[in-house]
Design a protein around this ligand. Structure first.
Ligand code: MN
Length: 229
């Protein structure tokens, strides 16, 4: 047994829908732009340049239910609803045709973004870390194993604020489908069991304020609802 100078923080984890054991989270990766309409609304040309990635801390993942705290240091908090891939088998330099064997399951999550800080960081050529990786920045629905949901490659992905639809897309609109996302990421880092990948958001991102009720989902995966407080 390793001894520590104080008791370590618990291992971050995500619930598995309807089951007792939880999925232990190792790392959280996010795809920057993966739907053409969203790339356009952010002022970019969605040609098939290779996907790029950023990270959030593993303990930024919180349940997409109940209350989610509105973060400090922002006046422009944005929602981004995303398909989340959970890695169950590690590897590096994974070929696209082998990539789905590495997936444990899927769910839907929100990549909360301090858009004002991100805009400043982009202008100044600074990192996005604190625009993207703040506390509770990844409210996420419980995971669903591949044995129950297969590998969703199409189906509606949507988000509403206070009952009004803001984002609506289809998984089949992803510029880089899940096998290619896994393949690219595994060239940059060795993937290991417990890694989560947020695969990008469709068009319609926008602001949420304290008190707003955020609901969303992906066809066949589930529907979440939480309140910003
Ligand atoms: Mn995102």
């Amino acid at each position: 047994m390793t001894e520590y100078v104080f008791t370590p923080a618990p291992i971050p984890s995500l619930a598995v829908e309807g089951e007792q054991p939880r999925f232990p989270i190792r790392r959280v990766y996010c795809v920057g732009r993966n739907y053409a309409e969203h790339a356009r609304e952010m002022g970019h040309n969605p040609d098939r340049e290779p996907p790029f990635f950023f990270s959030k801390p593993a303990d930024a993942v919180v349940p997409a239910s109940g209350d989610v705290p509105y973060p400090s240091l922002t006046k422009e908090l944005h929602y981004e609803v995303e398909l989340v891939v959970a890695i169950g088998k590690g590897g590096k330099d994974i070929a696209p045709e082998d990539a789905l064997e590495h997936v444990w399951g899927y769910t839907v999550g929100v990549d909360l973004t301090r858009r004002d800080l991100q805009t400043q960081a982009k202008k100044a050529g600074r990192p996005w870390d604190l625009a993207k990786g703040f506390d509770a920045s990844a409210p996420t629905y419980p995971l669903l194993p591949v044995s129950r949901v297969g590998h969703p490659a199409e189906g509606a992905i949507w988000l509403k604020v206070n009952g009004e639809e803001q984002q609506h897309g289809d998984l089949n609109q992803q510029i880089w489908p899940v096998p290619e996302v896994i393949s690219y990421l595994s060239q940059a880092v060795e993937l290991k069991p417990g890694d989560l990948i947020y695969t990008g958001t469709p068009a319609g991102v926008g602001e949420i304020k304290p008190g707003d009720v955020v609901t969303g989902g992906i066809h066949n995966l589930g529907t979440f609802s939480f309140t910003m407080v």
